[in-house]
Design a protein around this ligand. Structure first.
Ligand SMILES: [Zn+2]
Length: 457
């Protein structure tokens, strides 16, 4: 049983809607939209319907909550293509409104990025490449899914997920020295190789041409040296490799921990966790920085997609909500009953699975003693049952068997424990037997009559 720890809603799909196991290694992630505005729980409810013939591993609700329906090691039926299903982990994403370009809320979008990053990391998919290991439904089958809004953002999703898994921008090469740097001579020769005497520990570079630096002290030129003979004491502020723009002060949260990165050299300044208040973001929208970093002119930032809203943070740190499980107890021995007409009910959703009549053989009753379920439902772990009080006391069936499955008919040991003394001719089967007996008697009488005619002749 493997699924993302980011999931906060657990609604297992009905086994009729996916395949246990996989025939191919997991190679990619496929993005879908729900073509509707739904919570993760509501989407999961659809995949709990028997015979829906469809499912997905994950669903992201309109509020950004992540639901899990099919475990990753099993094959969900999502991509309208068997081969593709076998190698993919699939995600349904709620729309924020229906129609148009089928938009998605920011909360859902950010959760999608985090989930994609998490799957890619745990499954070793490497850097995500749109069309390769990050696919979308219409790439595989003829469908509008996942809509123009998400389709236009596949590269953005890949970039932001990659930024989570591989933090740090590509370093921009900077020259070692620049005008204004405070430096120290490590070899006392001038640019032409002439020995020098130094009166100061450090100098300021006043001009620079290739590897020739002119050094000054208190604004007075001392000498020109080769930059190879200098070491840095105190660098002048570098022109920013990152362009920052002000954004409204935002309180965000870090799930677990993330890195504060020096965007100039990609180094990790420190690890951060919990609350993070930022006032600026980088022009490309990938990083945010605090007012402290702004005041101190430090290009330190955290990956924006690593941040959560308060609600998202609280959701992730809530315990996983399990669908309530009905408690069943075995009844011994199993009993066969005839039911007139009743409903087979999904006791977790109160939905009618189908109408039943005829035989009903059950092996378990619910702990509250209200419902009974068959061996099939027991073995499949289905929360299906019929009302015990809808069952007739007759034990001997006269109609073809009908339970909650077509696969089930099995020889049933009976009589059951609650057999009442049988009054001959009182039940349906008794009366049908007696009709048969009457017919046989009539036939025998007929032959006796024929024989008597021949004897007479
Ligand atoms: Zn789809």
């Amino acid at each position: 049983m493997a699924h993302s720890s980011l999931a906060s809603v657990y609604v297992p799909a009905d086994p009729s809607n996916f395949t246990y196991g996989r025939t191919k290694p997991i190679r990619c992630i496929t993005i879908h939209h729900m073509a509707g505005v739904m919570t993760a729980a509501a989407c999961g409810g659809i995949f709990q319907r028997v015979g829906r013939n469809g499912s997905s591993h994950y669903g992201i609700g309109v509020n950004g909550e992540i639901g899990v329906y099919v475990e990753e090691e099993n094959t969900a039926w999502t991509n309208s293509n068997w081969d593709s299903n076998c190698e993919s982990i699939t995600i349904e994403t709620s729309n924020s409104s229906t129609g148009g370009d089928w938009p998605v809320s920011d909360a859902s979008y950010n959760s999608l990025i985090r989930l994609v990053a998490d799957i890619a990391k745990r499954r070793g998919l490497g850097k995500l490449i749109p069309g390769d290991n990050l696919t979308w439904h219409s790439l595989i089958a003829s469908t509008y899914c996942p809509g123009d809004y998400l389709r236009a953002r596949i590269s953005d999703i890949a970039d932001k997920a990659n930024a989570i898994n591989y933090p740090g921008p590509t370093p921009t090469p900077t020259s070692d020295f620049m005008v204004g740097d405070e430096v120290r001579p490590i070899n006392l020769v001038d640019y032409n190789g002439t020995p020098l005497v130094s009166y100061h520990d450090s100098y300021i570079i006043s001009s620079l041409s290739g590897d020739r630096a002119v050094l000054t002290t208190s604004g007075v030129v001392w000498a020109a040296l080769n930059t190879n003979n200098l070491e840095m004491v105190n660098p002048a502020p570098r022109p920013s490799s990152v362009e920052w723009k002000d954004v409204p002060t935002t309180i965000a949260y870090i799930n677990g921990e993330t890195s504060l990165i020096n965007l100039d050299d990609e180094s990790v300044v420190k690890k951060l966790s919990g609350e993070f208040i930022y006032v600026q973001e980088s022009k490309d929208g990938n990083y945010v920085r605090t007012s402290y970093s702004r005041e101190h002119n430090q290009n330190y930032g955290v990956t924006k997609s690593a941040l959560l809203t308060k609600e998202e943070y609280d959701n992730l740190n809530k315990p996983v909500i399990e669908v309530p499980v009905i408690e069943w107890k075995d009844v011994e021995p199993t009993t066969k009953h005839i039911i007139k007409t009743t409903n087979l009910i999904n006791l977790e959703t109160n939905e009618v699975v189908k109408e039943l009549n005829g035989n009903f053989t059950y092996v378990q009753v619910s702990a509250d003693g209200k419902y009974a379920r068959t061996e099939y439902s027991k073995n499949k772990g289905l929360p299906y049952g019929v009302l015990l009080e809808a069952l007739d006391d007759n034990l001997e069936p006269s109609e073809p068997s009908s339970g909650d499955t077509t696969e089930d008919p099995k020889p049933t040991p009976f009589p059951g424990k609650n057999t009442e003394p049988q009054i001959p001719g009182s039940s349906n089967s008794e009366s049908s037997e007696s009709i048969l007996k009457q017919i046989l008697e009539a036939i025998t009488a007929f032959f006796t009559w024929i024989q008597s005619i021949f004897k007479k002749g």
